[in-house]
Design a binder for this molecule. Sequence first.
Ligand code: G6P
Length: 611
Amino acid sequence: MCGIVGAAAARNITPTLLDGLRRLEYRGYDSAGLAVVDGKGQLSLRRSVGRVASLTAIADQVDGHVGIAHTRWATHGRPAENNAHPHTSSSQVAVVHNGIIENHQELRARQIEQGFPFSSETDTEVIVHQIDWHMQQGLGLLAAVQATVSELRGAYGLGVVSKLEPDTLIAARSGSPLLIGLGEHENFIASDMSALIPVSNRYMVMEDGDIAKITSTSVEIFDLNGQPVERKVIISHLSDEETELEGYAHYMKKEIHEQTRAITETLEGRLGADSVLELPFGDNAREIFDRTKEVKIIACGTSYYAASVARYWFEEFGIKCDVEIASEYRYRKHVVNPGTLFMTISQSGETLDTMAALEMAKTMGYSNTLCICNVPESSLVRASDLTIFTHAGREIGVASTKAFTTQLVTLLMVAICLRRRRLGDGRTIDAMETEIVNELRTLPQQIENVLSLEDQIIVMSKHFGDKEHALFLGRGAHFPIAMEGALKLKEISYIHAEAYAAGELKHGPLALIDEDMPVVAVAPNDELLEKLKSNLEEVRARGGKLFVFADAESGLRSDDQVMVLNVAPVNNFIAPILYVVPLQLLAYHVALLKGTDIDKPRNLAKSVTVE
Ligand code: G6P
């Protein structure tokens, strides 16, 4: 999704802006640009469609001390140079913007009457003309931005520069994340701290309504009423190490293989000899769990599938659990039972729909809010009563892998804690908890064993290279795992993939079965195995080709219609966490065959900060 970098420094900041944009590439974008107040006091503007490398080719000669830069993920207006940010007005002011301005049409109509020429189809262009208009009425840059944002409806993270105030960078935030990075005789803005790794490890998080005036030597922040406000300085622990490919061809492959370590770190310090420990979750965790009678989980994308798996665990443990997609939850009425814990799950902690759902939930009588998140500095973390972190490390591939499995591990630990309360005093540990804890402890090794099946998965992937569709089947907690497998395949290989609860096959999708429709099934050795086997027979009888990830003791064998890949026997509770790994590898290797841009699939973004 769109990314912002800006800088005010005593040195030429173009290399820093371009480097920052490169670091934001993982978020997904389709065009890029920068505007710098150059040595002659003019605005130098460079924009291009495609990768930051294309922008670098036309911008690396630009020289100046104050500037803004942007990667754009198209919302209003197609990916094109004229729609790329920054946008300018009268060659005096330049703006980069994340978010969506809802009243752009009425502002545009007024500005056209005022004589402003429009050169883009974006909602953003009205912001820059409005600032320009206020400056023409005699306001300074800060005051002009203050006046402008008071007229905007919608979400924005803004970086603004003007040749009339060549030493100043203005930043404003409402609903779209924006940080101020602090350096020595230089200061920065960014939508994501990873853009600033080489230049700053101290930063402030702008809050909604904040407007900041930044120079190379000063940072002043004002609230919506123009009153000065202080924001806490935070130390960032992000490092370049996490962003190296370390010999892997793609981040996605690296991240799939990092799952052993990521799960180990997520479990670290949270498992006692025979139970899940609660204290490491936070001082108030015990109190919040004590109050919880049921659970509502809201998320988007892969995080939603993690929630959907967890629902089986919670309800198996006798805790009512309801799961919903954030963008749906936001726009309907709700009945909230007393003692319901509102849980959000998010890798980035910045997904706008999830964040908006949380803000709405806070007014609705939930007992508490809990967030499961991978990014400590994120908006969701700051807005929740309690956060339990997944220690996945930075995830760069747009298709989520290690974030998903660490979310599952964390959700299982939370489910165990709530189960203990349902069964008794919240302190007594029973044999089942001990059994699951022991399984969790061996999970990293079990993941390692599944990863060693990669060569067989490569062979399997060759059957998908020429296919246009694929069907994924699962039952129980493996139905959402099948959905996640289908999502991975469609995201990165562009093969249309759908998942069905295997029992639903005969209610429609069976009509699609022929030799061109590969059917992938997840078949652990659980109480649903025999039922699943019947569903697989239904496919076989119609000439379908099956690719089955099955428990070695399932009795399923390969033949000319079925390719079975055996997974070592595993405990039922842990099984979904394990079975998603071969599906991730399958998607990766099919995409590799198809030659797609695996880490940055077309049209997709890592962090979705618009509605
Ligand atoms: C985007 C990403 C997905 C992610 C989803 C939710 O669509 O491409 O990988 O699952 O957003 O993101 P979150 O950060 O809230 O988990």
